[in-house]
Design a binder for this molecule. Structure first.
Ligand code: NAD
Ligand code: UDP
Length: 314
C-alpha cells in the first residue's frame, strides 16, 4: 500500500483517479481548494477508511509524508482558467515548485498533469512529444498554456538537478461523468444545452478539430505512466479519434435525442485549429491505448448529466 497525494482530487479527473487508486488498495490524500472541484464528486469516497480530504491551496506549501504525488490541481476549462489568470499561472508555477519541494523532502515520485495546450495552435499534426509547440505567450490562454510549460520545465530541472523521480503526462481533451456543469468545455456545454433544449453554441465555423478521450481510459494511462520505470516523459495521453466541433454538435444532439438547433458564436482568441495526439510513445512504453470510443462514451456522459440536471431543475 502506498500513500498517494492527489492534488485537484475533487475535480473531474482527480475524483476518478482517487477512486481507482482506492480500489487498488492505496491510501489517498485528496487535496483541493474547491475552486472548480466539488464535494459531490468525492461524496461516495468520504467514508472510506483510506481516504482523507485536505482543503488546501497548492500555492501554499504543505508538509505531509507521501510516496507518490499526482499533481492535477489547476482549473482546466478556458472559462475557469481565464476567470483569475494570475491565480492560474501561480497554481502551475508556485504550486508546482511546492509539490516538487515536497517530493524532494519525502523522496516521492511526482506525476504532473500537463496538457496538449503546450503545443498551442499546432503546425505539426498529429502532435508528437518531440514537437515544441506554437504558443502565444501573451494571449488569453497563455496563463494556462505557459503555466503548464513552466511546470514541465520545473519538473525536468528538479529531475536533472536533484535527481527527482518525475513523470509528465500530456493530456488531450478528456470527457465523461463529473465534468462540471458550468465549466464551458465543449462536451459538457453541448450535452447540457441539448438536454435543456437550448441552442447548441458552436464557436466559429465549427471546422476546428479535437480528439476526445473517455475518462476511464485516461485514468488508466495516468496510473501506468506513474508506475513504469522506462521514461520520465513527456507522454501524450489521449484518443486519436479526431472530429470537428460541428460534427460533435451533431452527435450530441442525436445521442441526447434533442430538438436543439445549432447556432454559431464568435471563436475565442487563439483557439487551436486542430488537435490530435500521436500516441505511439504511450503504446510502446505503457502498452496503453484508449478502449472506449466517443460513440461509446457519449451516452454514458449524457446519462450522467441527465441525473445531475434532474436534481437541479425546478
Ligand atoms: P477540474 O477543474 O475538474 O479539476 C481541477 C481541480 O483542481 C479542481 O478540483 C480544483 O478545485 C483544483 N484546484 C485548482 N486550483 C487549485 C489550487 N491552487 N490548489 C488546490 N486545488 C486546486 O479539471 P480536470 O479536467 O479534472 O483537470 C485536472 C488536471 O488535468 C488539470 O491540471 C488540467 O490542466 C489537466 N488536464 C485536463 C484535461 C481535460 O480534458 N480534462 C486536458 C488536459 C490537461
Ligand atoms: N467550443 C464550442 N462551443 C462551446 C464550447 C467550446 O464550439 O460551447 C469549441 C472551442 O472553441 C474549441 C473546442 O470547442 O474549439 C474545444 O473547447 P474546450 O473549451 O472544450 O477545450 P480546448 O479549447 O481547451 O480544447
Amino acid at each position: 500500500m502506498k500513500t498517494i497525494l492527489v492534488t485537484g482530487g475533487a475535480g473531474f479527473l482527480g475524483s476518478h483517479l482517487c477512486e481507482r487508486l482506492l480500489e487498488r488498495g492505496d491510501e489517498i490524500l485528496c487535496l483541493d481548494n474547491f475552486f472548480t472541484g466539488s464535494r459531490p464528486n468525492i461524496q461516495h469516497l468520504l467514508s472510506h477508511p483510506r481516504f482523507e480530504v485536505l482543503r488546501h491551496d497548492i500555492v501554499q506549501p504543505i508538509f505531509v509524508e507521501v510516496d507518490q504525488i499526482y499533481n492535477l490541481a489547476c482549473p482546466a476549462s478556458p472559462v475557469h482558467y481565464q476567470h483569475n489568470p494570475i491565480k492560474t499561472i501561480k497554481t502551475s508555477t508556485v504550486g508546482m515548485v511546492n509539490m516538487l519541494g515536497l517530493a524532494k523532502r519525502t523522496g516521492a515520485r511526482v506525476l504532473q498533469a500537463s496538457t496538449s495546450e503546450v503545443y498551442g495552435d499546432p503546425d505539426v499534426h498529429p502532435q508528437t512529444e518531440e514537437y515544441w509547440g506554437s504558443v502565444n505567450p501573451i494571449g488569453r490562454r497563455s496563463c494556462y498554456d505557459e503555466g503548464k510549460r513552466v511546470a514541465e520545465c520545473l519538473c525536468m530541472d528538479y529531475h536533472r538537478q536533484h535527481g527527482l523521480p518525475i513523470r509528465i503526462a500530456r493530456i488531450f481533451n478528456t470527457f465523461g461523468p463529473r465534468m462540471a456543469l458550468d465549466d464551458g468545455r465543449v462536451v459538457s456545454n453541448f450535452i447540457v444545452q441539448a438536454l435543456r433544449g437550448e441552442d447548441i453554441t458552436v464557436y466559429g465555423d465549427g471546422t476546428q478539430t479535437r480528439s476526445f478521450c473517455y475518462v476511464d481510459d485516461l485514468i488508466e494511462g495516468l496510473i501506468r505512466l506513474m508506475d513504469q520505470e522506462e521514461t520520465v516523459g513527456p507522454v501524450n495521453l489521449g484518443n486519436p479519434e479526431e472530429i470537428t466541433v460541428r460534427e460533435l454538435a451533431d452527435r450530441v444532439v442525436e445521442c441526447a435525442g434533442s430538438q436543439s438547433k445549432i447556432v454559431q458564436k464568435d471563436l475565442p482568441s487563439d483557439d487551436p485549429r486542430q488537435r490530435r495526439p500521436d500516441i505511439s510513445r504511450a503504446k510502446e512504453i505503457l502498452r496503453w491505448s484508449p478502449k472506449i470510443s466517443l460513440e461509446a462514451g457519449l451516452p454514458r456522459t449524457v446519462e450522467y448529466f441527465k441525473r445531475v440536471l434532474s436534481h437541479r431543475w425546478p
